[in-house]
Design a protein around this ligand. Structure first.
Ligand code: GTP
Ligand code: PRP
Ligand code: URA
Length: 455
């Protein structure tokens, strides 16, 4: 039963061992942020605030401190002479290995370091799972160019030396039970010179310098906004400025998880596909031109707002595109909706069979509706027809739920002026031109025309 459903939805058949070649998770590289700065500059506070504000994304923190090398018996005997602030005090090779493992989408075991014994805890590790964002934090995290080059964003926390010294004295005496004289001696002998020689020179690599550390709420808000924008951007959005992916949130990921799950019932599939379609439609409408409009409110005051674009229509690609019509009608009262039927001849060839479009379509902005962009052939046929009818390319907005990179390349190269608004970009097409991971045959799942499935 499951195998039937599996083979149907993904268009993939199991190999001789019963494995489905495309059933593997497709990972996206995490966004890597480096946070450097002098001792007790407030790096931890900055990281905590970023994590807190990115609450709807998975964020993991990796401290450079975890990669301190344990001291040898000889070094331990002369611990007062040991320079914990020198780059050699860290096992950077191991840090690099861990970061590369996380970038490959695998979880990793991070060592734990005992500040009291100056030793690694040999039997305790911290398991770090892959996440949307990985923050690397430490005084010398920008020192090694091999680590630096992996970072998507570099932040330097810049706090006055006297503030840092005061915090350090407090932390080391109160939290780490050290003697005040030792703390001051270590600071003068190692911490300060190493800051000048190794930490401060890495400030030039920072993309953002935060004065006053965790107290600087404005800087942290701006950083979080930037990270959010970057997280919502697929690499293809960087290549084609006319591709828009709606901002991913856990809410949206949850809906995608449901519609992509082969075990989701027709009822739930329709419910969650409809919710996502509504979001895509609202987002797409946001790309239409607005004109300024003033109204008088019941308090007699003037409110300066905007007026929605009037000359628009929808065009659905039969049959899956029809699933998007209700959402469009719900947002735009009385909107005209034309239809185009394209017949799939084999898997790659497309033939236009039927069209019924508003007569004045050339004067309208067109929202083209189809939940799946796979090879892009259906969309390209539909767009060609709209252009023949006189619709300017720049007035077409193509709305869909899932796009394959192949379809995006085809449509964007051929029609660079139109806009694509989608809710997720998938990994690829399989040999049968189905989107993977995908959601199977959208039309069959939405309209319940699949007899083989088990619901
Ligand atoms: N005495 C001693 N100092 C150590 C040891 N290991 C690390 N350090 C000190 O720990 C410091 C690194 O951590 P910091 O950047 O100050 O710590 P932090 O808590 O991340 O700092 P902020 O979050 O910026 O406040 C270095 O300056 C080292 O001198 C140790 O085993 N013994
Ligand atoms: O980018 P492409 O490779 O052209 O594939 C995408 C097309 O495939 C699906 O329609 P399908 O032909 O399965 O018909 P349906 O709408 O009746 O399900 C989908 O709704 C698109 O129209
Ligand atoms: O994966 C695909 C490809 C085309 N059409 C679909 O509905 N799904």
């Amino acid at each position: 039963m499951e195998a039937t459903a599996n083979a149907h939805f993904s268009g993939v058949r199991p190999d001789g061992n019963g494995h489905f070649p495309f059933i593997e998770s497709v990972h996206k590289q995490p966004f890597l942020i480096g946070v450097a700065g002098g001792t007790a500059s407030g790096k931890t506070t900055v990281c905590d605030m970023i994590i807190q504000q990115l609450h709807d994304h998975r964020v993991v923190l990796v401290n450079q401190d975890s990669f301190y090398r344990g001291l040898t018996p000889d070094e331990l005997a002369h611990v007062q002479e040991y320079n914990f602030d020198h780059p050699d005090a860290f096992d950077t090779e191991q840090l690099l290995d861990c970061v590369n493992t996380l970038r490959r989408g695998e979880s990793v075991q991070i060592p734990t370091y005992d500040f009291k014994r100056h030793q690694r805890c040999t039997d305790t590790f911290r398991k770090v799972n892959v996440a949307d964002v990985v923050i690397l934090e430490g005084i010398l995290i920008f020192h090694d160019p091999r680590v630096r080059v992996l970072m998507n964003m570099k932040i330097f926390v810049d706090t006055d030396a006297d503030v840092r010294l005061a915090r350090r004295i407090r932390r080391d005496t109160v939290e780490r039970g050290r003697d005040l004289n030792n703390v001051l001696e270590q600071y003068a002998k190692f911490v300060k010179p190493a800051f000048d020689d190794f930490v401060l020179p890495t400030k030039k690599y920072a993309d953002v310098i935060i004065p006053r550390g965790g107290d600087n709420h404005v800087a942290i808000d701006l950083i979080v906004q930037h990270i959010r924008t970057k997280l919502g951007q697929h690499d293809l959005c960087k290549i084609y400025s006319n591709v828009y992916v709606i901002q991913s949130t856990y809410q949206i990921r949850g809906m995608h998880t449901l519609i992509r799950d082969q075990e989701t019932t027709k009822h739930d599939f329709v419910f969650y596909a409809d919710r996502l379609i509504r979001l895509v439609v609202e987002h797409g409408l946001g790309h239409l031109p607005f004109t300024e409009k003033q109204v008088i409110t019941p308090t007699g005051s003037v409110y300066t707002g905007v007026d929605f674009c009037k000359q628009l229509c929808g065009v659905s690609i039969i049959r899956s595109g029809e699933s998007m019509e209700n959402a469009l009608r719900a947002c735009c009262k009385g909107i005209k909706i034309g239809k185009i039927l394209i017949h799939r001849d084999g898997d790659n060839g497309k033939q236009l069979i039927y069209e019924k479009l508003p007569r004045d379509i050339a004067d309208r902005h067109v929202l083209l509706l189809d939940p799946v962009l796979a090879t892009g052939n259906s969309a390209a046929q539909a767009i060609e027809l709209l252009l023949q009818k006189g619709v300017p390319e720049a007035r077409i907005i193509f709305l869909n739920l899932i796009s394959a990179p192949e379809g995006i390349h085809l449509v964007c190269k051929r029609f660079p002026l139109l806009k694509i608004v989608t809710s997720e970009i998938d990994a690829a097409l399989n040999q049968e031109y189905r989107v993977v991971p995908g959601m199977g045959e959208f039309g069959d799942r939405y309209f319940g025309t699949d007899d083989d499935v088990f619901w």
